[in-house]
Write a protein that binds this ligand. Sequence first.
Ligand SMILES: C[S@@+](CC[C@H](N)C(=O)[O-])C[C@H]1O[C@@H](n2cnc3c(N)ncnc32)[C@H](O)[C@@H]1O
Length: 221
Amino acid sequence: MDLLANIWLHIQDKGVVRTISIVLNRMFDFYFDWKYKTDTRNKISLHDLTVTGENKARGSFYQPTMALSFNRLLDRVPLPPDSVLVDFGCGKGRVLLLAVLRGIGKAVGIEFSPELCAIARNNIKIVEQATGSRLDITVVEGDVTQYEIEDDQNVFFLFNPFDDVVLEAVVKNIQKSLQRKPREIVVIYYNPVYSHILDNAFLPKNSYLIGGEEYMHYVNC
Ligand SMILES: C[S@@+](CC[C@H](N)C(=O)[O-])C[C@H]1O[C@@H](n2cnc3c(N)ncnc32)[C@H](O)[C@@H]1O
């Protein structure tokens, strides 16, 4: 009954199409965790987590990217050859898993909550066991501002993980890495609250509305 009441409220607030899309996305998220026996769902407030570093107040709570929308995004965004994806604020690792399961060779997640890092690493192990293959995924525990970008990394994903101050620092780190090692990169900013920062740093290439969710796509050349 609660569920039906919730859906009805949602329809009144967001409309029928958006509500159907969200229900489908939630079902697919549930299916993903059920299929692999992973734990990637459910929002978690940063108040309920331990955090490494000084940027807790600048961070967003844990909320996973919707799996169906992300897969559709990957179908649409042209990626550079030998893609290596970095998820800034990777949470429980859903994006890392989806990326590698969809053929991206290597993925790295940075996350400042040790609890979420442990869940992400466990999820990776579970999917490796389920698929019988080793997945090239690394989860780095720490604050994104302290992370030095590596020369092979060329696809940068952000699901509105932090405020403008932290985002500026991350953008500077990407630019520093490009000066050191010029290369073609793609930046995907989901729920782009502070898009003006990326607009000033990279070339806006496209904006995708997938299942009512907005993703900004930037390139550097
Ligand atoms: C909205 S969630 C996105 C999770 C994941 N990227 C996804 O799309 O499924 C944002 C995540 O960023 C993390 N986070 C926020 N600020 C951070 C920082 N300064 N350094 C590292 N992680 C951070 C939070 O702990 C949270 O897990």
